[in-house]
Design a protein around this ligand. Structure first.
Ligand SMILES: Cc1cc2nc3c(=O)[nH]c(=O)nc-3n(C[C@H](O)[C@H](O)[C@H](O)COP(=O)(O)OP(=O)(O)OC[C@H]3O[C@@H](n4cnc5c(N)ncnc54)[C@H](O)[C@@H]3O)c2cc1C
Length: 597
């Protein structure tokens, strides 16, 4: 059942597992554990009811709280469902966080989005489906000493998660991906597809890899473990609609299971210790706010914390699980001294820059014309086709900076090597990320191998205060040097012959970034989050005196408490992280089942 309030739970309910956060990982874990009818599973999601039907302008059109429509997921929120409307998702579905002033990035406080609804960030993200390099996962395995995290061991979980589906326009996709690396059998859960709408720039993008093949080679499939080159974007989209974790894993038949209860509007404040006669301290009790008061509920077997890389350490620290001396300053009694909680925050800094485009067929034309936009929404609602079925990007380019670049001459390579990219370029047919008037082409740059690290800490002992989010952007000079190099490489991409007569003047501050000093200032003043935080409750080897969880994701020195979400990655993968989060959650569900079945 999906309940609006904790008080709606039947009296005397008992749960084997309590999952904190019905987000990307939490929805997977809840779905997989409740496959066993003997396990009673409770999900506590802080987000509001996601059944409000929003107009594209963000106003509530109809309150569909009454059954039967849209009562189970992020469905019904048009801006979440329609891929191209992703930037219009109303703020009530975000935690609306902001970073602390980023000293090395111009002192700016940077908006830090996190999904606040069922499906979590998978319900608001940009739907890129990028697995990372095989070396990313092999590094997890080497670092933790658990070969189960290696690429070869994890690969079957990619296929378990992925349901490869045709693009919305049903075009012939031969030569656009490698079927050997995908699940075409229909046995997966999460729809993944190639772009379902051809953009005018696509032919020029592909021609660039023919004009300049040594620097910008084509790759058939960047999800084969060796993701270098220019390829077709794969997205978590099916039938022209976002496939979130909630849509994919909390299907109507899963929701109908009598052993699964999902409570919305249930904000967890702490995990609490329960008396245990022997063994490590057991944290099987959960304290949550039901809107008006604090209540508790206890798991018979385990609590699974899946609140994401920002809120998982937030909950742990308020529970007294963290650095004892730091907690003491806030008058939070220590329950478990784990100094690594909230440390090691790793995120991809990124930035976008635009050129004027000699065309009217960019998506700017849609967003500058309310009538056209509304016609396209009507079309999407009736036929699920047209330009709204994809995001503004059909191709991405993944590459390394040269070995002789200043960044790699001065600093060790933070990437795990091999064919791991240092950066990603998305070629956007418009300027959705900038407030510009006209028609544009935009480079969206994500720096995939940051050397900087930050932290999540507390500002007070009030669990309802937002955490202090400090990603430490550009605090390691490697990142600034690498970003400068990456912008320079991208400039060469748009100077290729295929863009003659199409790419016009560079826009805004980027237009002035013509000297080394000006380029550095451009990077420092513009680098922001790619919304990819990980690492704040990192795995480490079983007997290590650092880290937060063991390789089986159990909290070190505790019983009854596991962490399953982006926070457990010791390093950020060189990719948008949702695919990694999905496989972490799939493997975690198997580990939990193996312990209890
Ligand atoms: C705007 C944006 C764009 C992105 N684009 C991409 C992309 O294109 N491709 C990609 O691969 N990745 C992308 N990402 C990153 C990716 O979505 C995340 O890494 C991933 O979804 C994180 O999964 P998670 O399970 O760790 O956390 P989440 O999915 O964020 O889930 C955490 C859940 O816990 C809930 N919660 C938090 N605190 C509490 C509490 N105290 N009590 C109860 N519930 C709580 C939250 O409301 C949320 O539902 C993007 C992220 C954002 C925000």
């Amino acid at each position: 059942a999906l309940l609006q309030s904790f008080s709606d739970l039947p009296k005397g309910s008992s749960f084997d597992f309590i999952v904190i956060g019905g987000g990307t990982a939490g929805s997977v874990v809840a779905s997989r554990l409740s496959e066993n009818p003997k396990f009673n599973v409770l999900v506590l999601e802080a987000g509001p009811s996601s059944v409000l039907h929003m107009s594209p302008q963000g106003t509530i059109v109809t309150d569909l709280r009454a059954p039967p429509l849209f009562l189970y997921s992020n469905e019904g929120i048009l801006q979440s469902e329609i891929p191209l409307l992703l930037l219009q998702i109303p703020t009530q579905f975000s935690w609306n966080y902001t970073t602390t002033p980023q000293a090395a990035a111009g002192g700016r406080e940077i908006a830090y989005p996190r999904g606040f609804l069922l499906g979590g960030s998978s319900s608001v993200n940009a739907m890129y489906y990028t697995r990372g390099s095989s070396r990313d996962f092999d590094r997890f395995a080497n670092f933790t000493g658990d070969s189960g995290w290696s690429w070869d061991s994890i690969f079957p979980y990619f296929l378990k998660n992925e349901k490869w589906v045709p693009p919305a326009d049903n075009h012939n996709t031969i030569g656009q991906f490698d079927p050997a690396f995908h699940n075409l059998k229909g046995t997966g859960m999460n729809s993944v597809s190639l772009p379902g709408f051809t953009q005018e720039i696509d032919a020029r993008v592909l021609q660039t890899s023919k004009d300049l093949p040594s620097e910008f080679p084509f790759t058939l499939d960047y999800n084969d473990g060796t993701p270098l080159g220019l390829g077709f974007l794969q997205s978590t989209i099916g039938n022209g609609t976002r496939s979130s974790s909630a849509v994919a894993y909390l299907t109507p038949s899963v929701m109908a299971r009598p052993n699964l209860q999902i409570v919305l509007n249930a904000r967890v404040t702490r995990v609490l210790q329960v008396p245990s006669s022997k063994g490590p301290k057991s944290f099987r009790q959960v304290e949550l706010s039901d809107g008006s008061k604090l209540v508790t509920v206890t798991a018979q077997k385990e609590v699974i914390l899946s609140a994401g890389a920002v809120n998982t350490p937030h909950v742990l620290l308020h529970s007294g699980i963290g650095d004892k001396s730091e907690l003491k300053k806030l008058n939070i009694p220590s329950t478990l001294n784990l100094p690594s909680v909230g440390k090691n925050l790793s995120d991809h800094p990124g930035l976008g820059f635009s050129y004027a485009a000699n065309s009217t067929k960019t998506i700017d034309t849609i967003f500058s014309n309310a009538t056209l936009e509304s016609e396209l929404i009507d079309k999407w609602e009736s036929t699920h086709d047209g330009p709204l079925v994809t995001i503004d990007v059909n191709h991405i380019f993944l590459s390394r900076i040269p070995d002789n670049s200043p960044a790699l001459q001065k600093f060790p390579d933070p990437s795990p090597g091999g064919k791991t990219p240092h950066f990603e370029l998305s070629i956007s047919n418009g300027a959705t990320f900038a407030a510009l008037q006209g028609n544009f082409i935009t480079a969206i740059l994500v720096h995939l191998t940051p050397a900087s690290r930050g932290s999540i800490t507390l500002q007070s002992n009030n669990p309802f205060d937002p955490p202090l989010i400090d990603p430490g952007f550009l605090t390691n000079e490697f990142d600034t040097l690498a970003l400068k190099e990456e912008v320079t490489i991208i400039k060469r991409f748009f100077a290729a012959p295929s863009w003659d007569g199409y790419v016009l003047e560079p826009q805004g501050e980027f237009a002035n970034a013509t000297t080394d000093q000006a380029l550095e200032e451009f990077v420092i003043n513009n680098a922001g989050t790619s919304a990819h935080p990980v690492g704040t409750a990192s795995m480490s080897p079983k007997d290590a005196n650092f880290g937060v969880v063991d390789p089986d994701l159990k909290v070190k020195g505790a019983a009854g408490l596991r962490i399953v979400d982006a926070s457990i990655m010791p390093f950020v993968v060189a990719a948008h992280p949702q695919a990694a989060v999905y496989v972490i959650a799939e493997r975690a569900a198997d580990l939990i089942k193996a312990d209890w079945e």
